[in-house]
Design a binder for this molecule. Structure first.
Ligand code: GRG
Length: 300
């Protein structure tokens, strides 16, 4: 029987070790102390913490097609590097201006703003270096598809565009549809890319890829709705956070509209939608099913 706790812990360990190895000075071979400083900031922003959910989704999707864990590791590291870059930049004073991330000082607090910008830029860049390397996959066509998928999830049609819409939304006037689109781009697009990259690694045919995409889109919505619910139910710090920009948007979230019970019922329905998209895959998709359920039950 599939064991989510064991599998997610194993994935987190593998990603931590893979990133730590990749982000060693020797591997990146930057000359001199300036490179040492940016590599240290990249390490600070990507190691020791994080649930590593996107690499987990990627490897669970790949596992449906019997791709071994070692084969999906590098692509998982690439997705996680993009995620970590987005968090480093999101924490900057020009964006959310946060002092803490994963219980530690944010990168711009531990270093400085310029170094944090460069560390994020470098993580983004090296994510694509990893995908372009034949070590990631022997077939160049697969590598190109992985690059295109991650770029689509991260760029203006995905995460960056969603972040821009989020910033615009601070002025108010966003409809529910606008908020749903913003969230699908800002948070959902990278989750979607992670799942599809796993399917691409596994050589999924168009039908299977479209079922996986339906799963990923519902899972992304579940992740975001769980985050909105956590914003009002979690720790006092989370309540404090909801007094700023998030609160301005928060007035228009599902939680505000339906109340907590209504939002939880909707979350349950979205998780079921994600799970039913996997019906053709049988027990091989138990990992992805468990992760969708985890999204609904997570406490941080
Ligand atoms: C700066 C281009 C750019 C984009 C930023 C990801 C993002 C876009 C902003 C983060 C804002 C936020 C808190 C969104 C809610 C959902 C989210 C992405 C939470 C953090 O992801 P987790 O829970 O974090 O996977 P860990 O720490 O486990 O990696």
């Amino acid at each position: 029987m599939y064991d989510f706790a064991a599998d997610s812990a194993d994935c987190a360990r593998a990603i931590e070790a893979g990133l730590s190895d990749y982000l060693s000075g020797a591997r990146l071979s930057g000359p001199g102390p300036a490179a040492d400083r940016v590599v240290a900031a990249m390490r600070h922003g990507s190691l020791e913490g994080g649930k590593r959910l996107r690499p987990l989704l990627l490897r669970q999707a790949a596992a449906i097609f019997s791709v071994p864990r070692e084969t999906s590791l590098l692509a998982g590291m690439a997705v996680e590097m993009v995620h970590c870059y987005s968090l480093i930049h999101d924490d900057l004073p020009a964006m959310d201006d946060d002092d803490l991330r994963r219980g530690r000082p944010t990168v711009h607090k531990a270093f400085d703003d310029a170094t944090a910008i460069l560390a994020g830029d470098a993580l983004l860049t090296h994510a694509f270096t990893i995908l372009a390397d034949p070590a990631c996959h022997a077939d160049a066509e697969v590598r190109i598809r992985l690059v295109a998928e991650l770029a689509a999830g991260s760029g203006v049609g995905g995460m960056v565009g969603g972040q821009m819409r989020d910033i615009e939304g601070e002025q108010g006037g966003f409809s529910e549809t606008d908020i749903a689109t913003m969230q699908a781009m800002k948070t959902g697009a990278l989750i979607r890319a992670a799942v599809r990259m796993g399917a691409i690694l596994g050589g999924a045919d168009p039908r299977a890829l479209s079922a996986m995409t339906a799963y990923a889109e519902a899972a992304g919505r579940a992740f975001q709705l769980a985050d909105d619910i956590l914003d009002v139910t979690a720790t006092p710090e989370a309540m404090g956070k909801a007094t700023g920009k998030d609160a301005a948007l928060g007035k228009q979230t599902v939680v505000a509209r339906l109340g907590l019970d209504g939002a939880r019922a909707m979350l349950e329905a979205i998780v079921n939608e994600a799970i039913s998209a996997l019906r053709t895959f049988g027990p091989r998709a138990d990992g992805l099913r468990a992760t969708a359920r985890f999204f609904a039950s997570r406490e941080k």
